[in-house]
Design a protein around this ligand. Structure first.
Ligand SMILES: [Zn+2]
Length: 202
């Protein structure tokens, strides 16, 4: 088997680590794995109560996202499965992926956040619909905040008075997460947290 990112042949002699984790087959080589930079940012907020990000947006991560999302290499969905699972497994909450706009989903053929959760075998509920596409840069902060919510709750969904955790690939301005959290809270969610794979600099 070859590394999904650099095509380098993966070591065939198992290391003691892989012998201990019997079922774990690495998808990428050690060099590619080491090129991603952990960030572990945790933030408290008002609309989104708590945000955790796992990696920085460095060049290898930009290449990974490009290959996964834009070149639609769905096999890459599992690259960060362990990291996502360890971030989400210890939390007693309902996991909600940030959806794409339906038109974008047709264009991209798969929902990348859902694919990452499925590859990590993390159960989730598909509760949100993206109704608008965010337009960045052209509007002032106030105009953006007063815009209609980017999301609505999927008809027939029952929002409980409990904790929800939003999952997204990348956190840039936080607008997406704030909109998703506020629509969940308006519908009755008690607490909304978020976990993003990547934290980009503003
Ligand atoms: Zn590699």
């Amino acid at each position: 088997m070859n590394c999904l990112l650099c095509e380098q042949k993966l070591a065939s002699t198992p290391s003691w680590q892989s012998l201990l984790a019997i079922e774990k087959t690495p998808l990428i080589c050690e060099n590619c794995s080491k090129s991603f930079e952990r960030v572990d940012i945790k933030e408290e907020g008002d609309v989104v109560d708590h945000i955790t990000s796992i990696y920085t947006y460095n060049e290898p991560m930009r290449d990974y996202l490009h290959q996964f999302k834009f070149l639609q290499d769905v096999a890459l969905a599992g690259v960060f499965a362990d990291e996502l699972r360890s971030e989400l497994a210890r939390k007693d909450a309902i996991i909600v992926p940030i959806p794409m706009h339906p038109l974008k989903k047709i264009e991209r053929t798969f929902a990348h956040v859902e694919e990452m959760l499925m590859a990590a075998r993390i159960p989730f509920e598909d509760l949100l619909i993206k109704t608008h596409t965010e337009v960045m840069g052209e509007k002032s902060r106030e105009e953006r905040l007063s815009m209609r919510n980017l999301f609505s709750i999927k008809p027939g969904s029952n929002i409980q008075h409990t904790t929800y955790i939003l999952v997204d690939d990348i956190y840039t301005t936080g607008t997406t997460l704030r909109h998703a959290a506020s629509v969940l809270k308006e519908a009755g969610a008690w607490r909304v947290e978020a976990v993003t794979l990547i934290r980009a600099e503003k």
